[in-house]
Write a protein that binds this ligand. Structure first.
Ligand code: ADP
Ligand code: MG
Length: 334
């Protein structure tokens, strides 16, 4: 048997950067790069996706939905995942939800190794560790049960139905007075709010939502999204929400953009206080460097300079610059 620790420790593969000399003043302190390398990737994070690959086989074709995706989410965070249609968002969420298994790579959520789970652990994981809300309102609720019965069902499946708690949860989502209504008598937004109560029934650590407001109008979306934020801040549930809606993605502290099955950029937002004492949000977009040193340059940057194939990469004292390869290509170069 291989030592699992040996596989996940990320050993430095390259010589230290020239600027490492700056740290030489304090010889006993390890450089940040050394500290990072020594720690397990994602140590301490609630959700760890390490080089995730998902390949779907359809007849003779292989579709690579995720190609080496890295993602870390800390306990208590709320993040939005954005990306074009087909970029792999739903694939990622169904892996995190224990509904699908990756073809390669590592995914752990709250200590559960999603690549190694057997059937029993998987069922337990889906019932207790995560709650899932789908875009299609009809997919979240059982049509022949009332709202309160829907919320109680996950507890019943876990062996202890609790009508009182189900009513409390309906109260939290603002629908206590709709407890006896079946889904068909609830609006789309109300159904999604009940769905959030259902997802929270067994006190999961993580709430996963795949475009939960995709079928709702703007005002109703805002209500559902406010509810998810409430769940995050008041209940403390970690929330990962896939969305197309800029209203949603602009209100979380971290938005992760996925492109072609990889994390391509992250936008971090923090509030800042102006000299006049006014609060404003500052958003900053970062490209994401993976541990092999790969980076997806923003498409607009690549197109603006006509970058293609070979580029020049220069190390400067505190940054790296990239130039197009300007000299005429000859056949010898290829
Ligand atoms: P998104 O949610 O970002 O729109 P998906 O994760 O649904 O993207 O899909 C990513 C890629 O994987 C797409 O090319 C899609 O066609 C393909 N795909 C998704 N699910 C399946 C499946 N069950 N079988 C085959 N291909 C799939
Ligand atoms: Mg999708």
């Amino acid at each position: 048997m291989t030592d699992p620790a040996a596989e996940i420790v990320d050993l430095p593969r390259e010589a230290p950067a020239p600027s490492a000399a700056r740290w030489a003043e304090k010889p006993e302190a390890p450089s940040p790069a050394e500290t990072r390398a020594r720690r397990r990737f994602g140590e301490g994070a609630l959700i760890v996706c390490d080089n995730l690959v998902k390949i779907y086989k359809v007849a003779d074709l292989e579709v690579v939905a995720l190609q080496g995706l890295d993602l870390l989410v800390n306990a208590g965070e709320m993040i939005a995942i954005v990306g074009a249609s087909g970029s792999g968002k739903s694939t990622l969420l169904s892996i995190l939800g224990g509904l699908d298994t990756p073809s390669a790579g590592r995914a752990t959520v709250a200590g559960h190794d999603l690549t190694q789970m057997g059937r029993r652990e998987r069922t337990r994981y889906r019932r207790r560790t995560i709650g899932f809300v789908w875009q299609q309102t009809a997919r979240n609720l059982l049509p022949y049960l009332s709202a309160v019965e829907n919320v109680e069902m996950p507890m019943v499946l876990n062996g202890h139905g609790d009508r009182h708690r189900a009513l409390e949860l309906l109260g939290m989502v603002g629908l206590r007075d709709r407890a006896d209504h079946r889904p068909e008598r609830l609006s789309g937004g109300e159904q999604q709010r009940v769905a959030i109560a259902v997802a929270l029934a067994n006190q999961p650590e993580v709430l996963l939502a795949d475009e939960p407001t995709g079928e709702l109008d703007t005002a109703t979306s805002a209500e559902v999204f406010d509810l998810m934020r409430h769940v995050n801040t008041e209940v403390g549930t970690t929330v990962v929400v896939v969305t197309h809606d800029p209203l949603v993605s602009e209100q979380v502290q971290r938005t992760v953009a996925i492109r072609d099955g990889r994390t391509s950029s992250e936008t971090l937002r923090r509030s800042s206080l102006s000299e006049e004492g006014e609060h404003s949000w500052i958003a900053e977009e970062f490209a994401v460097l993976d541990r092999a040193g790969r980076l997806q340059l923003p498409r607009a940057h690549v197109e603006a300079l006509g970058l293609e194939g070979r580029v020049r990469v220069h190390l400067e004292p505190d940054h790296i610059s990239i130039w197009p390869d300007l000299h005429e290509r000859t056949d010898d170069d290829r």
